[in-house]
Design a binder for this molecule. Structure first.
Ligand code: NAP
Length: 273
């Protein structure tokens, strides 16, 4: 199938990383449908996306944590395109706070946003992807690989997503479907550092509201993360960590947890600690 006839569904494509992924897929010939909960944001994203590209973009409004909404979304995909080649599960929500203060309701919300949305969409996509031999790419985070301080229930939710992704990959491979995980560090964006200001507990260091809960990593260009997603789809790469050199630190942490903790503290500590 020529790429220009391929169809991709990008959840959370109206903003942030999802928008950039939609743009990259369109630039590579995919016809794209983006999904979010707000008509205005979706329409505005579609207007900007279609301005620079000849490839088609459409939107669908729904809450992906709601199973009926997801059924409606996949009926719309079948009606409009009749096929699906790639599903990028990008909806997700980060968090700030100490694990000792994590409320059950907050954890449930984070699991709904980061795991349930992905589960529902992936389950609904299997039939279409089996027919096309397509791919699912889930967007994790470094919090899918390590549990840093001050990130509330984010590591619990993204580790759960990582485990689910690997299980999906093993179960769906015999059916010809690729399942990948892309786990980026903090991504560069205009409001980085502002998003959690005001919502972080005053007892935490002020840098807890910074990207990654105050890691010393430079923000990744979103285009780089989007290209990694394309690579996972096209080359069937199972697991990508960005920046790539962190895979060594993650592997050390798994093999030698004491050293892993020491390295993690070193990467996330500041003079005030
Ligand atoms: N930002 C970072 O630095 C960073 C770093 C590593 C990993 N990530 C991961 O990358 C992904 C995108 O993050 P982001 O910061 O770019 O997100 P974002 O800017 O907050 O955008 C989230 C997108 O998802 C949509 N959305 C949220 N909840 C939804 C729901 N229940 N149903 C349907 N649509 C929903 C939002 O639209 P509406 O709100 O209008 O529905 C929006 O389009 C997440 O999985 C995140 O964990 C982000």
């Amino acid at each position: 199938m020529p790429e220009e006839q391929r169809i991709a569904l990008v959840t959370g494509g109206s903003a942030g990383l999802g928008y950039e992924i939609a743009r990259t897929l369109m630039a590579n010939g995919y016809r794209v449908m983006i999904v979010g909960r707000d008509d205005g944001r979706l329409q505005s994203a579609c207007d900007r996306l279609s301005a620079g590209e000849s490839s088609e973009v459409a939107w669908y409004r729904c809450d992906l944590a709601n199973a009926d909404d997801v059924d409606g979304l996949f009926s719309a995909v079948r009606d409009r395109f009749g096929r699906l080649d790639a599903l990028v599960n990008c909806v997700g929500t980060s968090d700030r706070g100490l694990i000792e203060n994590l409320e059950p309701d907050r954890l449930e919300f984070l699991l709904r946003q980061n795991v349930l949305t992905t589960l529902l969409c992936s389950q609904a996509a299997i039939g279409l992807l089996e027919r096309s031999g397509g791919a699912i790419v889930n967007i994790g985070s470094l919090a899918s690989k390590v549990g840093a301080r001050y990130i509330g229930g984010y590591a619990a939710a993204k580790h759960s997503l990582a485990g689910m992704t690997q299980q999906m990959r093993l179960e769906l491979r015999p059916r010809g479907i690729h399942v990948g995980l892309v786990s980026p560090g903090p991504i560069r964006r205009d409001d980085a550092g502002e998003r959690y200001r005001g919502s972080v507990d005053e007892s935490l260091p002020s840098r807890a509201s910074a990207p990654g809960g105050g890691t010393r990593l430079k923000g990744l260009p979103p285009e780089r993360v989007a290209k990694a997603v394309l690579r996972s789809i096209q080359r069937r790469v199972p697991d990508i960590i960005l920046p790539g050199y962190l895979r060594i630190l993650v592997s050390i942490g798994h093999a030698l947890p004491r050293l892993g903790d020491w390295l993690l503290l070193k990467f996330t500590s500041h003079k005030e600690d």
